[in-house]
Design a protein around this ligand. Structure first.
Ligand code: 3AM
Length: 181
């Protein structure tokens, strides 16, 4: 069964982030540019029926577009992942990530972790944190999110989008009085 996760794609930022990383000392093994993403919710292995249910739930998910300023570096010691991420982030991102995690949990998916720390992993197998560097300064304009599957190939893992949805605010239904002339 494929491993799934929800994430924000980074079509414009991925090349910039990869170039930025490659121009300075950065620990660990670089994540290929085509794999860069900002995870919203880790789901894990899911069969086809569960996938279809996830897709149906994601289709009904509303969230207005938002921007995230990637202005920090960091390191997850246990996962050995070195990353860039926001110091502060909009509530929309927290709410979207939580809603997607809950969709997964209702289907028995996820890893049980409750906290959410947005980040873009730039390298893995990093034995140390990124050193003292000029702070990153990237603006992620999020306007869609995707359900990805991890595909293992002889060249390493690839993340393939199974489906993507635009970020759109819920359309407020007008009150009855507003409808009558
Ligand atoms: O690149 P990031 O860190 O955003 O770390 C994995 C990656 O996220 C994460 O899922 C994304 C795609 O593989 N991941 C893998 N296994 C995980 C687990 N057991 C996990 N996240 C949480 N728990």
């Amino acid at each position: 069964m494929p491993k799934l996760f929800f994430a924000l794609p980074l079509p414009e930022l991925a090349p910039e982030l990869a170039t930025w990383r490659d121009q300075r000392p950065w620990p660990g093994q670089p994540v290929p540019e085509s794999n860069l993403h900002l995870t919203l919710a880790f789901l894990g292995e899911a069969d086809e029926t569960t996938q279809a249910r996830l897709i149906a739930a994601a289709e009904r998910q509303h969230c207005p577009p938002f921007s995230v300023h990637l202005d920090q570096t960091g390191w997850f010691q246990r996962a050995k992942a070195a990353w860039v991420g926001p110091g502060e982030w909009p509530n929309e991102l927290t709410v979207l990530a939580r809603a997607l995690r809950r969709h997964g949990e209702k289907l028995g998916l996820g890893n049980g972790e409750q906290g959410y720390r947005p980040h873009v992993t730039l390298s893995r197998k990093a034995g140390e944190a990124p050193g003292e560097l000029p702070a990153p300064d990237f603006l992620l304009r999020a306007d869609r999110f995707c359900l990805y599957q991890s595909v293992s190939t002889p060249d390493g893992v690839h993340y393939e989008p199974l489906a993507c949805w635009p970020l759109r605010a819920r359309v407020k239904k007008p009150h009855r009085e507003e409808l009558t002339p």
